[in-house]
Every structure is written in structure tokens, then in C-alpha cells.
Design a protein around this ligand. Structure first.
Ligand SMILES: *[C@@H]1O[C@H](CO)[C@@H](O)[C@H](O)[C@H]1NC(C)=O
Ligand SMILES: *[C@@H]1O[C@H](CO)[C@@H](O)[C@H](O)[C@H]1NC(C)=O
Length: 219
């Protein structure tokens, strides 16, 4: 076959398509059976270096067995079960968390930069949703039901009943990461300048200061 301009154009199109597909990838594939995270290593890599020796405890965690304590301002608590709690998850591309909600408690709007999330309701009733291109996709879900929050999109869950609620959340990353919108913007250190927030939210500096004071970490 001759290599003409037409064929070059086809190859370029195919390569662009492959690059486009690559954009949807998640945690990289592993290159060995296990790579138990050496959380104490000083070596900086994408993930964690593998521990020389490991045992069954690196693959076990009972931290999601009991409800978390939810008596905080928002009335919710996320208990993570990711590579930090389970070193054996290193390079495996999955993790879980348990979220407990006090009556009317809120897990406030946040994103996971590295993972899609799928939640399964253990008990209670929650109004949950995400925002995609300024469209709210939301629904009330109850025990036994499932909802999906696509990777990187802002989402939340609110307990709509005068009774506790809980979900198990699964992620396609060993470390999904969490960025909570309100605290990222109003409780960052160093602080985001008042005039940036005032203009962004179309409010005045005094209102920005008020929100900053409320969201400041209690010491
Ligand atoms: C696993 O290894 C850790 C530390 O290396 C040790 O403390 C623990 O006792 C071991 N557990 C078992 C079940 O071998
Ligand atoms: C939450 O409850 C625990 C005990 O269940 C208590 O020790 C703690 O002080 C409480 N915290 C708040 C903020 O009320």
C-alpha cells in the first residue's frame, strides 16, 4: 500500500481519537499483582512505592462497620477507606467510604477530582444530586437504592428525614481526592482575596468576611 496524503490524514484522525479516549481513563493499570503502599516512604511517585514485606492486615479494614459521629455543624461524617487506611489498595484503582448523616444533615457540595462515585443507601432517605453544565440532576433516594456522581462534577447529599441515614460510596480510584466548594473558596490558606470572592459571588466584602468567619476552622 502506498503512503499518500489521504492515509496520513486517516492516521492523524485515528490518533486524535485515541488521545480523546485516553482522556476518560482513571487510575493507571497496575504492572504487578500487588504493590502494598509504603505510606512512610520519602520517595515521591504517582501513588506510593511498594512495601518490601506485607501481610493480611494491609488488605483489611473494619472502620466502616459502625456509624460515624455526626454531631458537627453540617451533621454528616465521611469515613474513608482508601489507600491511606488500606495500603493494599495501592495501584488497584478502587476505594470506598461510608457517609453518615444526622437528621437533616448535609454532605455539602464538593468534587472528587480523580473518581466517579456510586453510592448505595444503607438506611434513611437522602436528596442527592450533581450539577453538569449548570443543569441540576437530583433525586430523593432511600435504602437499597443507588445514585452515581460522575467524575469531577460538583455533588451533594442531604438527609431529608428526622432520622439518621447512611450510605456506602465506591470510587474508581485508590484516592479520589475531595475538594469542598465552600471551604476551598472561603477557608483556604492563604485566603482567597475578598475582592475576588465579592465579584465572583456578586456580594460585598463584608458579606465575604462574614462567610469566611463562619467557615474558618475552629481551633
Ligand atoms: C503484619 O505486619 C505488621 C507490621 O509489619 C505487624 O505489626 C503485624 O503484626 C503483622 N500481622 C500479621 C497478621 O502477620
Ligand atoms: C459529639 O459527641 C461526642 C460523644 O458522642 C462528644 O465527645 C463531642 O464533644 C461531641 N461534639 C460536639 C461538637 O458536640
Amino acid at each position: 500500500m502506498e503512503i499518500g496524503p489521504r492515509m496520513v490524514a486517516d492516521v492523524v484522525t485515528m490518533m486524535s481519537f485515541a488521545v480523546f479516549l485516553g482522556v476518560v481513563s482513571t487510575d493507571p493499570d497496575m504492572l504487578q499483582d500487588v504493590c502494598v503502599a509504603d505510606l512512610a516512604s520519602k520517595v515521591k511517585v504517582n501513588g506510593f512505592p511498594c512495601k518490601a514485606a506485607f501481610n493480611v492486615t494491609d488488605f483489611f479494614f473494619d472502620g466502616l462497620a459502625k456509624p460515624g459521629v455526626t454531631n458537627n455543624t453540617l451533621g454528616s461524617l465521611v469515613t474513608a477507606a482508601n489507600v491511606q487506611e488500606i495500603p493494599g489498595l495501592n495501584t488497584l484503582g478502587v476505594s470506598l467510604s461510608r457517609i453518615d448523616y444526622a437528621p437533616f444533615g448535609l454532605n455539602p457540595p464538593h468534587t472528587h477530582p480523580r473518581a466517579t462515585e456510586i453510592v448505595f443507601v444503607l438506611y434513611g432517605e437522602l436528596y442527592v444530586g450533581f450539577i453538569a453544565a449548570n443543569v441540576l440532576v437530583a433525586k430523593t433516594i432511600k435504602a437499597g437504592e443507588i445514585f452515581v456522581f460522575p467524575k469531577g462534577l460538583v455533588h451533594f447529599q442531604m438527609n431529608v428525614k428526622r432520622a439518621p441515614a447512611a450510605v456506602i460510596a465506591a470510587f474508581n480510584s485508590q484516592s479520589p481526592g475531595t475538594l469542598t466548594i465552600a471551604t476551598a473558596l472561603f477557608a483556604a490558606k492563604p485566603t482567597v482575596p475578598d475582592n475576588v470572592l465579592a465579584k465572583a459571588f456578586q456580594i460585598d466584602a463584608k458579606e465575604v468576611e462574614m462567610i469566611k468567619a463562619k467557615l474558618a476552622p475552629k481551633s
